[in-house]
Design a protein around this ligand. Sequence first.
Ligand SMILES: Nc1ncnc2c1ncn2[C@@H]1O[C@H](COP(=O)(O)OS(=O)(=O)O)[C@@H](OP(=O)(O)O)[C@H]1O
Ligand SMILES: Nc1ncnc2c1ncn2[C@@H]1O[C@H](COP(=O)(O)OP(=O)(O)O)[C@@H](O)[C@H]1O
Length: 223
Amino acid sequence: MTQEKFKVVDVANEKSSDVVWHQASVSHAQREVANGHAPAVLWFTGLSGSGKSTVANAVDKMLHDLGCKTYVLDGDNVRHGLNGDLGFSDADRVENIRRIGEVSKLFVDAGLLVSTAFISPFVEDRESVRALLNDSQYSNSQHSNSQFIEVYIDTPIEVCEQRDPKGLYKKARAGEIKNFTGIDSAYELPTSPEVHVKTAVQSIEECALQVIDYLKVSGYIKV
Ligand SMILES: Nc1ncnc2c1ncn2[C@@H]1O[C@H](COP(=O)(O)OS(=O)(=O)O)[C@@H](OP(=O)(O)O)[C@H]1O
Ligand SMILES: Nc1ncnc2c1ncn2[C@@H]1O[C@H](COP(=O)(O)OP(=O)(O)O)[C@@H](O)[C@H]1O
């Protein structure tokens, strides 16, 4: 192979270094004023069946009714589209969360309060998303609040398994699904979540109101 051919191959595989960040013409401050609230991602994490989607959607409805700009990114839905090429190996879960983190960042950049409902089983990946959202180079908040709010949906696996809303625990116990979180795949507990709810002892409304309360007390929303 000639030197020239090596060069062509290298250039084709090289990640572009000629990309610069383009400043938007609508500022983040203008978006916050227009929306009447600060942007952030509410990152719901917990076992399958713990109540992530249920509580995230309850919070979303409450915020929407308060006039906030919101959106929910849900594990099942995103895995049908953007992340349809990913499975449930550790490596695929890492990539799943990395992409969701990037998507969340865009929604937050657009000024929204975005709720995400992914198992997101690994501490390192959740902390990477936190760091991404709070990267000062591109940070879009007008105040000192973090743009990443971890909401731990803490539900004992026995309760999740009893709920089994999709019948997946039954399949996992029967060996029909491999690498199932909490059975033969790990879930690493959040160490210091901003919000910690226990759906086995709190109602859906109580859990959602606890999240709304956090947003009020911390100054994200002013109602
Ligand atoms: N092996 C295995 N382990 C866990 N979950 C499984 C698995 N296979 C399918 N499902 C279904 O996929 C949903 C979890 O997807 P996530 O994108 O949230 O997972 S992860 O964050 O990448 O770990 C999860 O949704 P939730 O029940 O809403 O959590 C399940 O419905
Ligand atoms: N306090 C509660 N909070 C959230 N979900 C609850 C609660 N009590 C019972 N559930 C039920 O538990 C199930 C949780 O399912 P889901 O929200 O899809 O969980 P996940 O998204 O974590 O997989 C739903 O059927 C919901 O109605």
